[in-house]
Every structure is written in structure tokens, then in C-alpha cells.
Design a protein around this ligand. Structure first.
Ligand SMILES: NC(=O)c1ccc[n+]([C@@H]2O[C@H](COP(=O)([O-])OP(=O)(O)OC[C@H]3O[C@@H](n4cnc5c(N)ncnc54)[C@H](O)[C@@H]3O)[C@@H](O)[C@H]2O)c1
Length: 244
């Protein structure tokens, strides 16, 4: 799915895992990719190695609303436009329900939910001026089914799904499409911190295709949702989970 030359996408949490694969895939589809992460190392390595050289590293903390606004102003000044954003950044912690503390709740809500509000609020005026845009959020199967210890993560990802449906309705008249990916189990550095080998075996056996996902499996679906081929797709939660 090539031919997106001249179009600009912001990918948050692009320093590793699924976000990195999304950034690489969109760069190979000829997007100009602004790879955002709070850790500089991964995005700088990505910018150096990505095919086509159209990945630009932008170190930023997506929970900082003013920082997100400054980033978008800078991107528009440098590249002239922004066409899409992928709200991928997340910080995941699992704990028994009774041991959940404020730091966990505040941290996961700030990165996983509030940041999607900040990027959306900041980008919508640009999208309106350009006559449209695409927003892709990352939800999770944990939103609708129980995994032990995932109460905060499940609540945040459920909220992301709700926000996606609501925003699609509210922004649709402006030609702004809002969709979410619901990825199955993908062993990434972040996911490995909360799921062990046994947990992955359970997830693999629950999957119709009998395998775990890869970051590239998810990136391909994101590439579709931001592309013109998805021009009539909005308010959709696309399960990319091997048939969980
Ligand atoms: N891996 C899976 O199995 C899986 C399944 C379902 C959904 N997801 C979702 O996919 C997305 C990517 O997951 P992953 O497993 O690749 O995660 P990961 O933890 O491996 O990577 C997340 C990236 O986000 C960055 N980040 C965290 N906080 C940030 C902040 N405040 N500002 C900017 N960057 C920040 C991290 O530095 C990291 O590079 C997440 O939204 C996750 O919830 C993952």
C-alpha cells in the first residue's frame, strides 16, 4: 500500500514494539513519519535506520499537553501538514485489584487515555483546515474480557474504545475518521513486563490461528486504516488478533 508521499503521520510510542513497527511500515508506504517517544534512544535509532529516511525523531512526553501542542506546531511549520496520528504510547502495569495504587491509575490514564485527548484536540483544527484526517487509537482485548491483574489497563483500553466511537461520531462531519486497532497478544518489551511465557502459551492456545501476533501484523492494519483505501471506514474497532 504505497503512494502516501507528501502525507505526514505522527506515531506516539514509536521507540520500540508495535509503535516502532507502525513507524517503519508507514515510512515504507512513503509517509513522512514523526516518531514520538519519551525515550530518545529508540526513535533516534529508528530515524537512522528506517527505509527511505523519512522518519524524524521527536522526543516528547505525550502526557504533557503543552508539549503535544508545541510538537504539532513544530511539525506543521516544518512539513506543512499533518494527515494522521496513531495514539500508540502506553505504560502497562498489572496488579491485583486490591493492590492498585494511585500512581498506577494516574500513570496509565495519563499516557493511555488523556494523551489521546491532547493529540486529538491539537490536531483537529489542522485536519479541519486540510479537509480531513485520520486518527488511529490502540485499544486491547483486555477492554472486554478479564485478564488477571489487568483492571487498570482494561479500564483504560475500554475508555479508548469508547472515545474512538464517540470521536468518530463527533468529528465525522469534518471528514475526520477515528478508528481503533484491538491487537491480540504481541510479545513486545512492554508486554513482556506483565506477561510471562506461561501467559503467552495461554494466549496462543486461545487464538484460532494458534500463534501470537507480531508488531508487523498490527502495523499492516494501521497502514490500511490511515490510507485512502479506508476512506469510508470510521468508528471501527478492528480486531487484529488471529481470532482470539
Ligand atoms: N503488545 C501487546 O500484546 C498489545 C496488545 C494489545 C494492545 N497493545 C497496545 O499497543 C500499544 C503498543 O504496545 P507495545 O506492547 O508495543 O508497548 P511498549 O511498552 O513495548 O512500547 C510503548 C512505547 O511507548 C513509549 N511511551 C510510554 N510512555 C510515553 C509517554 N508518556 N510519552 C511518549 N512515549 C511514551 C515507551 O517509551 C515505549 O517506547 C499500546 O497502546 C498497547 O496498550 C499491545
Amino acid at each position: 500500500m504505497n503512494g502516501q508521499e507528501g502525507r505526514v503521520v505522527i506515531v506516539t510510542g514509536a521507540g520500540r514494539g508495535i509503535g516502532e513497527a507502525i513507524a517503519r511500515r508507514l515510512a515504507s508506504d512513503e509517509w513522512t513519519v514523526i516518531a514520538v517517544d519519551r525515550d530518545a534512544e529508540g526513535i533516534e535509532r529508528l530515524a537512522e535506520s528506517a527505509r527511505g529516511g523519512r522518519v524524524y525523531a521527536a522526543q516528547a512526553d505525550v502526557t504533557d499537553r503543552a508539549g503535544v501542542e508545541a510538537l504539532v506546531v513544530d511539525v506543521v511549520a516544518r512539513y506543512g501538514r499533518v494527515d494522521a496520528v496513531v495514539n500508540n504510547a502506553m505504560w502497562v502495569r498489572y496488579a491485583p485489584l486490591l493492590e492498585v495504587d494511585e500512581q498506577m491509575i494516574d500513570g496509565m490514564i495519563a499516557i493511555g487515555l488523556k494523551a489521546a485527548f491532547w493529540t486529538t484536540q491539537t490536531l483537529v483544527p489542522h485536519f479541519r483546515r486540510q479537509g480531513g484526517g485520520a486518527i488511529v487509537n490502540l485499544s486491547s482485548p483486555a477492554a472486554t474480557r478479564g485478564f488477571v491483574g489487568s483492571s487498570v489497563y482494561s479500564a483504560v483500553k475500554g475508555a479508548v474504545a469508547s472515545l474512538t466511537l464517540q470521536a468518530a461520531r463527533e468529528l465525522g462531519p469534518d471528514g475526520i475518521r477515528v478508528n481503533a486497532i484491538v491487537p491480540g497478544a504481541v510479545p513486545t518489551p512492554g508486554a513482556r513486563e506483565v506477561v510471562d511465557d506461561e501467559g503467552y502459551e495461554v494466549r496462543r492456545s486461545m487464538t484460532a490461528l494458534q500463534r501470537l501476533g507480531t508488531p508487523d501484523d498490527i502495523a499492516g492494519a494501521v497502514a490500511f486504516l490511515v490510507s485512502p483505501d479506508a476512506r469510508f471506514v470510521t468508528g471501527h474497532l478492528l480486531h487484529v488478533d488471529g481470532g482470539l
